[in-house]
Every structure is written in structure tokens, then in C-alpha cells.
Design a protein around this ligand. Structure first.
Ligand code: GLC
Length: 545
């Protein structure tokens, strides 16, 4: 029996969905131990409802020793006690559905935890154990096998191989506590289809597929021959990323998803070298969406943004998949900080993203305008890439600091305990409570934008962006339904060509302008006459024709 609850059935609901990422450790703490949990998520579902997102993606909450924030899964069918129980997970799914929110869970198929039962038994049984065939165990090179079997580097830094006392080496593209599965093995394939069904039966609406491009390794595990530290999104072609064989796996996954009612979806975390390669993951018989990391990696520059938008839309057309857009997640520097530090720019970037056709991903806290926390002391950090020299993009704890919900001082309503990462002392104005009802706040900007996306379905629909003439450094495009979006990426106010219309929403805090319409009719920065439209630096405006 599959749970469906009250979520509204809708065809193609995911094509223009706004999906909010919850990183459970840092969202809300229900039991006062300083660590976010499922009880906390349950209690804050109304926030997500009032924000106006369509779905929630939960980063891993599975049983895990937490060597990589839960992306090291010891049991794919169990909840880690620090997050709660399976019935808490069921309650989150049920209550989210009652609020009209869909739930997407993370699935981590490239690797498990070194505490996973298969791996523990494979270690215990020693060389020659058939269980070792479910992973990548090899003898080393060199006279006594003392050198790793090949030259692959871990994404977190250091070699991608660890040697055991029995002399064999095993492969881990990430931390040593995250052994890679051997996806050539039928038992691995069967197990993951069964795990998908377990969660689908529980009522989830889909999956975010971790390291979706990594499952299949080139035959014979050949040397990569690079010699430099890898990052997830390099443009290199590597023998362990984006191998054609991964697509056979996703065809079988799609068949499983399609067995269930209600359009259950999967979104690939696939760091492929080009948009065209990314599109292969979302062919009609594979996954539904893939993250657009090319967009996330684009700076605040009009020409580059226009190019990546065009390229993304173009790449998806032949496969009839929606483009996706993302600015922040739990692995990258928060976009407010990454794009230069100004809140104005972060808000302008958000309104640009939300005016594009397709599906948009929000990361918890971006709706509050949170900056990256850049001064965490070393002794509180937990990101494994911090401890392995030169790894990944370095420091991922700064975007994982627990959210501020209310009150004037830490823990800002996160929970009763001391948060697992310290929150800055100056976050009082950024709490949900402080921003609620303030028409100039970033939270209300996101709420208004998401509301407009619902009332103007043209905003998320289709795949058409009609570019209009604009001065250097400015983007202007028309969306179906008579909406024009202008984005001034420059550091000065610019005059836009005159066009009839009125301002629907501006990213610029508009006090003392009318909250309801946000119509900046009398501002020193922005004027709204048909002949003369000055738009301030770092501002996005949605106009209605
Ligand atoms: C993905 C996750 C990241 C994790 C890695 C290994 O990139 O987003 O947080 O460390 O996979 O599972």
C-alpha cells in the first residue's frame, strides 16, 4: 500500500516546482540536543507552507555515523536516532502532504558508510569474500602492493583508496568512511530498487540522487592521469564520473518510479562537464530533473548569466525536461556571500532565478538572506573535506550553521540546546520572527515572489525566455503572460528603454513604499514612468505589461 495523503494530484507538478532544501541537522531542533531533527522539521512545516514552496527536499536523515553529515549511510531503511524514528519520518511526510507540500528524500547510491552491514561483513570475511565484490576491493601496485591500485584522488582530498591490514585496498571517491559500491553487481542494483520502493511505499514524492554521475566506473579502473586536486565540477572527463553506463541504472529507476501514482520524481546531482551531458540524465525514460550547477557557478555578470540561461534552456529542449535553477545548497558558499556579499545582490539574484522557466531550488536560510559564516573556529568544524588537505571546495560548514527562527540572541529559537555550530551574534534581524510582516524583509520578498509565481503561472511554465534590448550589464526578458524581468547587474543605476507597464515586484527594499504592491512610485533610486526608468544597482524588477 502506498501512502498519498492529501497532496493535490497534478500532472507535471514538478516542471515548475519550487523545491526547498532542508539540511536536517541545521533546520530546527525539536528535542533540545543542539542538533536539528525530524520533530523540529515537523514543527516548522507551517513556515514552508507560508513561504509558498511546492516541495521540500530533505538531506539524509538515515542511520549514519555522520562522517559526512549523513551522506555516509549505514542503513538506508532506518532513521538515525539523532533525527528521530521511522514514525517521525512518516509523520513529516503525512503532515507535509496535509499542508500541500511534497517531500523528496535524498538517496545516496554511490557509496555507503563503512559501518554498513555489507561492508563490515566484507571486511570481516577478508580477501576473496564474495561480499567484497559489491565494492571495489583491489590489490595494490608495487612489489608488495604498497601503492594504491590507481591514481584516483578523493574529492575530499588525498588518495581515493585506503589500504586494509589484510593488504587489500578499497575505493572511496569521498572520505575513507564512504566506500564506493560496485554498480556492476546485481545485488547492488536490486538493493537500491528495493530501497526506492521502501520510501515510495512510505509516501515520498521523489528522490534527490546523490553523486548521480559517479555510480559507474570505467572498465578496469584506469588511471586518470591528472595529478591535480579534483573538484566536483571540473570540466575534466574522468574515469569515475559521467560514464555512459549510469544511464542504464536510471532507466530501471524510472520504471520503479512510474509504478507509483502521483508522479514521483527524481532529481540528479550530476556534475557533468556540459549542459548537453547533463541533459542525458533527464531523457524521457530516465530521471526528471538534474541540478544546474553551471548556473550556480555563474558570477554576477549579465553576459555570462544570459549565456548560461540560454544554454540551459537549449540543452533541455531535445529531451523535453524542465531546466532547473539553483543558487545555494549545503555544499557551496551561500550565494549572498559568493556573489559579493551584498544583500541587495542576493535578493536580485533570487528574483532573477524565480522569473525563469522551469524548477527552482532554494536552500534553507536563503529566504532570510543569510550570509555564509566565514569565521567558524576550527575546533567546531565537522566537514570532512576540512580535515583532508585541499579537499572539495574546502569548507562547507559555513553554509550549515543552524537557522535563526526568533529571539534576539543565539540559539535564536533553533531549539533549547546549544546549536552544533555556533550562530553569529548579529543574526537577530535575520530571524524568521523579525522578518515576518516586514514588507522590506527578504523573507517577505521570497513570499511575494512565490505567491506571484502561483498567480502568474506563466512565470515558471514552458521553456521560453524572450530577450529584449537592454543597456550593457542589464538583462531584460519577457515571459509568457506579459511579464518582463529586468536585472541590473552593474554597480550604478541604469536607465531602461521606455515601455508601458507597472512594477509588480522589486528586489530593492522599498520602504516607505506601499507594501502590498511594492510599487516604487516615488523612490530616489527607482522611478516608474513610461519615459524614464532608472533602476538601481543590483536590482531585479518584475514588470507587468
Ligand atoms: C554530494 C553531497 C555532499 C556529500 C557528497 C558525498 O555531493 O551533496 O554533501 O559530501 O555527495 O556523498
Amino acid at each position: 500500500m502506498t501512502a498519498q495523503h492529501n497532496v493535490t494530484p497534478a500532472t507535471d507538478w514538478w516542471r515548475d516546482a519550487v523545491i526547498y532544501q532542508v539540511y536536517p541537522r541545521s533546520f530546527a531542533d525539536g528535542n533540545g540536543d543542539g542538533m536539528g531533527d525530524l520533530a523540529g522539521i515537523r514543527s516548522r512545516l507551517p513556515h514552508l507552507r507560508s513561504l509558498g514552496v511546492d516541495a521540500v527536499w530533505l538531506s539524509p536523515f538515515y542511520a549514519s555515523p555522520q562522517a559526512d553529515g549523513g551522506y555516509d549511510v549505514a542503513d538506508y531503511r532506518a532513521i538515525d536516532p539523532m533525527f528521530g524514528t521511522l514514525s517521525d519520518a512518516e509523520a513529516v511526510i503525512r503532515e507535509a502532504h496535509d499542508l500541500g507540500l511534497r517531500i523528496i528524500v535524498d538517496i545516496v547510491p554511490n557509496h555507503c558508510s563503512d559501518r554498513h552491514e555489507w561492508f563490515r561483513r566484507a571486511l570481516a570475511e577478508g580477501p576473496g569474500s564474495v561480499l567484497r565484490e559489491r565494492f571495489h576491493f583491489r590489490k595494490g601496485r608495487g612489489q608488495n602492493g604498497e601503492a594504491p591500485p590507481n591514481d584516483w584522488e578523493s574529492i575530499f582530498g588525498g588518495p581515493a583508496w585506503t589500504r586494509l591490514a589484510d593488504g587489500e585496498w578499497y575505493l572511496h571517491l569521498f572520505a575513507p568512511e564512504q566506500p564506493d559500491f560496485n554498480w556492476e553487481h546485481p545485488a547492488v542494483q536490486d538493493e537500491f530498487r528495493s530501497i526506492l520502493r521502501f520510501w515510495l511505499d512510505l509516501g515520498v514524492d521523489g528522490f534527490r540522487v546523490d553523486v548521480a554521475h559517479g555510480l559507474v566506473k570505467a572498465a578496469g579502473l584506469p588511471d586518470m592521469g591528472h595529478g591535480e586536486q579534483l573538484t566536483l565540477l571540473g570540466n575534466q572527463v574522468l574515469p569515475f564520473f559521467d560514464q555512459d553506463g549510469v544511464h542504464d541504472i536510471y532507466r530501471t529507476w524510472r520504471a520503479v518510479l512510474d509504478e507509483y501514482p502521483g508522479e514521483r520524481i527524481a532529481v540528479a546531482e550530476a556534475w557533468a562537464p556540459t549542459a548537453a551531458r547533463t541533459a542525458l540524465y533527464v531523457r524521457p525514460d530516465e530521471l526528471h530533473q538534474a541540478f544546474n550547477f553551471h548556473y550556480l557557478n555563474t558570477g554576477w555578470d549579465a553576459d555570462s548569466l544570459r549565456a548560461v540561461i540560454d544554454e540551459s534552456l537549449e540543452a533541455m529542449r531535445p529531451v523535453d525536461a524542465p531546466a532547473t535553477w539553483v543558487l545555494s545548497n549545503h555544499d557551496v558558499v551561500r550565494h549572498r556571500t559568493r556573489l559579493g556579499g551584498s544583500l541587495d545582490r542576493a535578493r536580485a539574484a533570487a528574483l532573477l532565478m524565480l522569473a525563469l522557466p522551469g524548477s527552482a531550488y532554494l536552500y534553507q536560510g536563503e529566504e532570510l538572506g543569510l550570509p555564509e559564516v566565514t569565521d567558524l573556529p576550527d575546533d567546531v568544524r565537522q566537514d570532512p573535506s576540512f580535515f583532508r588537505a585541499n579537499g572539495q571546495d574546502g569548507l562547507r560548514d559555513g553554509c550549515r550553521v543552524p537557522l535563526p527562527w526568533g529571539e534576539a540572541a543565539p540559539p535564536y529559537g533553533f531549539g533549547d540546546g546549544t546549536p552544533w555550530l555556533p550562530q553569529p551574534a548579529d543574526w537577530a534581524p535575520l530571524t524568521v520572527q523579525a522578518q515576518t510582516g516586514d514588507p522590506d524583509s527578504t523573507l517577505e520578498l521570497y513570499r511575494t515572489a512565490l505567491d506571484l509565481r502561483r498567480t502568474h503561472p506563466g512565470l515558471g511554465a514552458g521553456d521560453a525566455v524572450e530577450w529584449l534590448d537592454a543597456p550593457a550589464g542589464v538583462l531584460a526578458f519577457r515571459r509568457p503572460g506579459g511579464l518582463i524581468c529586468t536585472v541590473n547587474t552593474t554597480e550604478a543605476a541604469v536607465t531602461l528603454p521606455a515601455r508601458p507597464g507597472r512594477v509588480l515586484l522589486s528586489s530593492l527594499p522599498s520602504s516607505p513604499l506601499a507594501a502590498a504592491s511594492r510599487l516604487p512610485s516615488s523612490s530616489s533610486h527607482v522611478v516608474n514612468t513610461e519615459s524614464d526608468r532608472m533602476v538601481a544597482a543590483d536590482t531585479t524588477i518584475w514588470w507587468e505589461e
